[in-house]
Design a protein around this ligand. Structure first.
Ligand SMILES: Nc1nc2c(ncn2[C@@H]2O[C@H](COP(=O)(O)OP(=O)(O)O)[C@@H](O)[C@H]2O)c(=O)[nH]1
Ligand SMILES: [Mg+2]
Length: 322
């Protein structure tokens, strides 16, 4: 299958073609560049829901329940489950795969695990590209489930239109011990395992500690859910849609999406600098000369850096780039 055929099949929503396209991008194979360029023009329609929370809080069970609700209304749904690189939580991901196989025969549902590849934030580097592919393939809703460890909450908020934080009562969860930053990234909360003791009390504590966003005026709602039997899930989805509508009305959606595209551009710039531009600059004779001056203490490193930055201005247009 050549790139043009693959593009056509992805646009037609063919599952195998989508998987193949994502794999190509994950491996950053050369073909991935052309493929992505062609698909990118067809993106910008999907609604992206990020889901984070501690391991075991019930994220995958909630995702499963939300898929059911969305399928009932005929919407096509894709899920990207970010595999933690940590072996500790590895088992949960295997469980996810098994659970989500319930949708295996449904062509309106696409589920894919992606390795986080050790990037600090825990979000796979290829996630944003995979998002675009699923968007081009016509999935109306894309859910990204990520484990609430490390920086991943902050990353997921940057990758999503709406960020759902899943919490549970008990297990030492209290507002005081909550991870820093989690309140800031949440557009809404699911207080899952509402069947457990202390759920209402925890919901009240959480509500008391939340304030409306000073710029947008949005106050994150808290929805009590019981993912295992579906209680509260219709209310949760309604709250998600309310946030989406709010974003649309206030221009927040456009702003968030622009931010994502900005990040994508800058990440591509950084990648190019790191893998191509800087290695080739530092291999050149001009750099060796600079280095010699710095070694002789006649030039300070920061001043040498200024010279190197000057070379960048002409890169790669100039043939005689050092
Ligand atoms: N009691 C109770 N257990 C739940 C609920 N939702 C999920 N669980 C259980 O919590 C465990 C972890 O769920 P999972 O969805 O894998 O959590 P994840 O690691 O956040 O994706 C599983 O055994 C679920 O059956 C709930 O509402 N109530
Ligand atoms: Mg999970």
């Amino acid at each position: 299958m050549n790139t043009a055929q693959l593009v056509d099949r992805v646009l037609a929503g063919e599952t195998r073609a989508i998987s193949r396209a994502i794999t190509l991008l994950e491996n950053e194979e050369r073909a991935g560049g052309a493929l992505f360029r062609d698909l990118f023009a067809h993106t910008g329609r999907a609604f992206v829901l990020g889901i984070t929370g501690a391991p075991g809080s019930g994220k995958s069970t909630l995702v499963d329940g939300l898929i059911r609700i969305l399928r009932e209304s005929g919407r096509r749904v894709a899920v990207l489950a970010i595999d933690p690189t940590s072996p500790i939580s590895g088992g949960a991901v295997l469980g996810d795969r098994i659970r989500m196989q319930a949708h295996a025969g449904d062509r309106g549902v696409y589920i894919r695990s992606m390795a986080s590849r050790g990037r600090l934030g825990g979000l796979a580097a290829a996630t944003s590209k995979a998002q675009h592919i699923l968007d081009a393939a016509g999935y109306q809703v894309i859910m990204i489930e990520t484990v609430g460890v490390g920086q991943s909450e902050v990353d997921i908020a940057a990758a999503a239109d709406t960020t759902l934080v899943v919490m549970t009562p008990g297990l030492g969860d209290s507002i005081q011990t909550m991870k820093a930053g989690i309140l800031e990234v949440a557009d809404l909360f699911a207080l899952n395992k509402a069947d457990l003791d202390g759920a209402h009390r925890f919901a009240r504590q959480l509500a008391a500690s939340l304030e409306a966003d000073p710029t947008s005026g949005w106050l994150p709602p808290i929805i009590e859910t019981q993912a295992t039997n579906g209680t509260g899930l219709p209310a949760l989805w309604s709250a998600i849609e309310r946030h989406q509508a709010f974003l649309l009305q206030t221009g927040g959606l456009e702003a968030r999406r622009r931010n994502r595209l900005r990040t994508e551009i800058m990440e591509a710039v950084e990648r190019q600098l790191r893998t191509n531009v800087l290695p080739s600059l530092t291999r050149g004779a001009a750099f060796s000369a600079l280095l010699a001056d710095v070694a002789a203490r006649t030039l300070a490193p920061a001043d040498a850096a200024q010279t190197v930055l000057g070379w960048l201005r002409d890169y790669p247009a100039s043939d005689d780039t050092p």
